[in-house]
Design a protein around this ligand. Structure first.
Ligand code: ZN
Ligand code: ZN
Length: 76
């Protein structure tokens, strides 16, 4: 596995619209870039572009079936 950080993770969306309920979801910033969703131990959480070992945060769901992109695990 490469330890290079894929630069796409530095330039992800600054806001998402849930395709299920239409709520605007704004990720927190971590290391100066917006966090993104990943599945960590079976739970969807916000993760820093540097990886979950740098920062993660609880995803407060907007509805029962949130439809927001979940990305591959970054920088493990
Ligand atoms: Zn970070
Ligand atoms: Zn929703």
């Amino acid at each position: 596995m490469s330890h290079e950080v894929d630069p796409i993770y530095q330039n992800l969306e600054v806001e998402y619209i849930c395709q299920n309920c239409g709520t605007k979801v704004v990720p927190a910033l971590h290391c100066r870039h917006p966090m993104h969703l990943e599945t960590l131990n079976g739970t969807v959480e916000w993760v820093c572009w540097m990886g979950a070992s740098c920062g993660n945060a609880v995803f407060e769901t907007c509805c029962d079936a949130p439809s927001i992109p979940i990305y591959e695990t970054v920088n493990v």
